[in-house]
Design a protein around this ligand. Structure first.
Ligand code: SAH
Length: 268
């Protein structure tokens, strides 16, 4: 998804012999030394070997270190195998904090950005979220994470090739609460509304009215939005926008700068 402009480094990931974890990041970093040893033992130049859970534990420990504190999000990030969603040639980079190409000019977001957005989506929620709408299925990775955080996930993709790829990637996971929809996400998906949460993996110039209409009162929407006008020489700068729907209107909070692929209308 995000960061079409800033492509992944061509180098292979380096797997440090020693990782530094702060003592305070609780459960997810407790076994850091153990994880480090496992990585050192299992990594091979050919790929991830049999035990990819060690890579995920290390990735999650780093996310916790960066400030992600929601245990539901961290738990989902440790459970879903990101390497299953990227092309074979990129498997070695799948647990790096980097965006990776997924075909048709699109990218899967950095784990750091994905976990940050999921944490913002869940903020203030005890337990599982209700129905959630995702705009931009891409390879299906974030939809799989959402399946662990929400009761039902409606995920829309406008590119047929990626919609099919996500279906293929998700098939063996048997996630029966994930509904993949081929269509223009700018229109939302009224059949599943109202949504407790809406999360977009592509950024437009404004939040489409359909999303706001389909958000439940008390619901939260997280989307990249271009708040400045772009030009040929300098592309528009995007920021993450948090929109909360209250009984009296919407409250919008502009968060940090991000780089997502553009939100486009229509299907292809
Ligand atoms: N969450 C995805 C990221 C995909 S990248 C993942 O985990 O892989 C963002 C995706 O948004 C792209 O696949 C792009 O085709 C899609 N997209 C852009 N505009 C869209 C629209 N109007 N409706 C649905 N999908 C859209």
């Amino acid at each position: 998804m995000n960061d079409a402009r800033k492509s992944a480094p061509p180098t292979r990931p380096s797997f440090p012999a020693r990782l530094d974890f702060p003592k305070s990041t609780a459960a997810f970093t407790r076994s850091a030394e153990h994880v480090t040893k496992k990585i050192a033992l299992k990594v091979s130049p050919q790929g991830l070997g049999l035990d990819s859970s060690a890579f995920r534990k290390s990735m999650v420990a780093k996310l916790a270190q960066q400030g992600v504190a929601d245990t539901w999000v961290l738990n989902a990030m440790s459970s879903i195998e990101r390497h299953r969603f990227v092309d074979t040639a990129l498997v070695n980079q799948s647990y790096e904090d980097t965006s990776l190409p997924i075909g048709l000019g699109q990218t899967i977001s950095k784990p750091g950005v994905v976990s940050r957005m999921l944490e913002l989506l869940r903020q203030g929620t005890q337990g599982r979220l209700g129905r959630v709408l995702e705009i931009g299925t891409g390879c299906g990775y974030q939809a799989a994470l959402l399946s662990m955080l929400a009761s039902e996930v409606y995920s829309m993709e406008r590119l047929r090739g990626l919609h099919d790829k996500a279906r293929e990637n998700l098939r063996s996971l048997h996630l029966n609460n994930v509904h993949l929809i081929f269509g223009d996400g700018m229109l939302g998906y009224a059949k599943g509304a109202p949504y407790a949460g809406i999360i977009a993996a592509a950024g437009g110039e404004a939040v489409p009215q359909a999303w706001i209409d389909q958000l439940a009162v008390g619901g939260r929407l997280i989307a990249p939005v271009a708040l400045t006008l772009g030009s040929a020489s300098s592309p528009a700068r995007q920021s993450l926008l948090l929109l909360e729907k209250t009984p009296t209107g919407v409250r919008q909070t502009v968060m940090e700068g991000v780089h997502f692929v553009p939100l486009k209308s229509g299907v292809a």
